[in-house]
Design a protein around this ligand. Structure first.
Ligand SMILES: [Zn+2]
Length: 465
């Protein structure tokens, strides 16, 4: 719009000048040596205008000729770049599609056309990997380490190679290097943490996940739960090494992070007891019992009772019972204490309370024990034992990844090595816990150790019926 108006204004000025010259004609005479030019003002103006136009055209043309070689080279360079980027894109698509030949061809082309090694090296490495040439790929990844722009991609490539090759020590070093380069990248944190955990480097793993929580790199709830598991293992390690101060502080942190994590409660209670703070340990277990009773808590509670008198122990378990009178485990714990104190009626009442309509295998075994101890009724006892083999299984530490049942909690599944996968739940129906070889001695609460079942496939356990 502005340009059109400008042009219009120019035309108006020119026409006005021409009209002015036509209305008020005059003459111009130029004398130069023997020459004399005699012309009208209009004609002279026309000649001057023509000379200006010709001069401008010649000057433009000359400039274009002078700049031509530069333009030619520039357009050639642009075309090479464009073809290089096109080859790079085609190569990436070929890698994604798994086309080895095309990926290799595109990588070579991109490399020849683009003078930017950082861009083409990754494609070359991926093409080599696709063709199964791990050594060649490794060379490219190592070369990428020299460029600050591609160092991270190089470390990533080498890390993936180390993991694939099962070289845990090398993978750990590379993960640490990647973490130094990109401490806020979620997969780097995850990978480093996983490798540290697999190597039982609990202190280092704790450091990694604590930093991730602080920087909000990982989802908070999940990271807190994982950190609590690491802290329990760290506490156990420190306890085994005789460093009770560290063990206590780690167990306390774990318990604070995840109060529902029974192994943290058990570790903390054990360490309080070792520090002659049994009352604090008792309170801790009673609180945990109120949240969710488990046989391990009952066992730890029994271990804290110093009075060996069976009747006194029953009284203590009655107190524990009062925290969750609605729960099956409360009935079982009190039934076991009553059996030890030979309070048959009390034991039978609580076993009936625990059995409900479908007694679990453990309740059946306790019933067998009661029948045998109370009246020596071996037939009834055998009936209960037979019933135990087909009864509903009891809850246990079950790996949610592979379905294996573990005798005790650990941060890593003993079967599939998954981290944080053990949960207190019903085992798959096919994985019934084997009955103890002999009835445990009464007096102290029994230590029931379930044998680790044979290895299973990686399939998820079916939901318990
Ligand atoms: Zn597992």
């Amino acid at each position: 719009m502005t340009r059109a108006m400008l042009l219009f204004a120019q035309i108006v000025v020119l026409v006005a000048a021409a009209v002015a010259l036509a209305w008020r004609p005059g003459r111009v005479a130029i004398e130069w040596g023997a020459w004399r030019v005699d012309a009208s003002v209009g004609f002279l103006a026309f000649v001057v205008a023509v000379i200006i136009v010709v001069a401008v055209v010649i000057s433009r043309f000359w400039g274009a000729i002078r700049r031509a070689p530069g333009h030619f080279l520039e357009s050639r360079r642009m075309s090479r770049r464009q073809r290089g980027y096109k080859a790079l894109t085609q190569g990436m698509v070929a890698v994604a599609a798994g086309d080895v030949q095309e990926a290799r061809r595109a990588a070579r082309k991109a490399d020849a056309l683009l003078d930017e090694p950082p861009l083409t090296m990754l494609l070359s490495a991926q093409a080599a990997q696709l063709g199964g040439e791990e050594t060649a790929a490794r060379r490219y990844f190592e070369a990428m380490l020299d460029h600050p722009d591609t160092a991270f991609l190089g470390v990533r490539g080498l890390l993936m190679q180390a993991i694939k090759g099962g070289d845990k020590a090398e993978a750990l070093l590379l993960a640490e290097r990647a973490y130094k380069l990109r401490p806020e990248t979620e997969w780097v944190v995850d990978q480093l943490f996983e490798l540290q955990v697999e190597s039982a480097l609990w202190s280092e793993a704790n450091e990694t996940i604590a930093t991730a929580i602080r920087r909000k790199t990982l989802p908070a709830a999940n990271a807190r739960r994982r950190r609590a598991a690491v802290l329990v293992e760290h506490s156990r390690l420190a306890e085994a090494e005789g460093d009770l101060d560290t063990a206590l502080s780690r167990a306390r942190e774990a318990h604070d992070l995840d109060p529902g994590l029974v192994p943290a409660t058990l570790a903390l209670a054990r360490l309080f007891r070792a520090r002659d703070r049994a009352a604090r340990a008792v309170r801790l277990i009673e609180e945990a019992w109120a949240r969710g009773p488990t046989p391990e808590l009952a066992s730890a509670y029994g271990a804290l009772i110093e009075d060996a008198d069976p009747l006194a122990r029953v009284k203590r378990f009655q107190r524990l019972f009062s925290f969750r009178p609605d729960h099956r485990e409360s009935h079982i714990a009190l039934a076991e204490a009553s059996l030890a104190a030979r309070l048959w009626g009390e034991a039978r009442k609580h076993l009936a309370g625990a059995a409900g309509t479908a007694p679990t295998a453990r309740v059946c075994r306790l019933m067998a024990e009661l029948e045998e101890l109370e009246s020596g009724d071996m037939a009834a006892s055998r009936q209960w034992l037979a019933r135990a083999t087909t009864a509903v299984p009891d809850e246990a530490w079950v790996c949610s990844d592979c379905g294996a049942v573990a005798g005790s909690w650990s941060a890593l599944c003993g079967n599939c090595n998954a981290f944080g996968s053990l949960a207190w739940q019903l085992p798959p129906r096919a994985m019934r816990l084997p009955a103890p070889a002999s009835a445990p001695k009464r007096g102290n609460p029994p230590e029931r150790k379930a044998a680790l079942p044979p290895k299973q496939g990686g399939a998820k356990p079916p939901a318990p019926a």
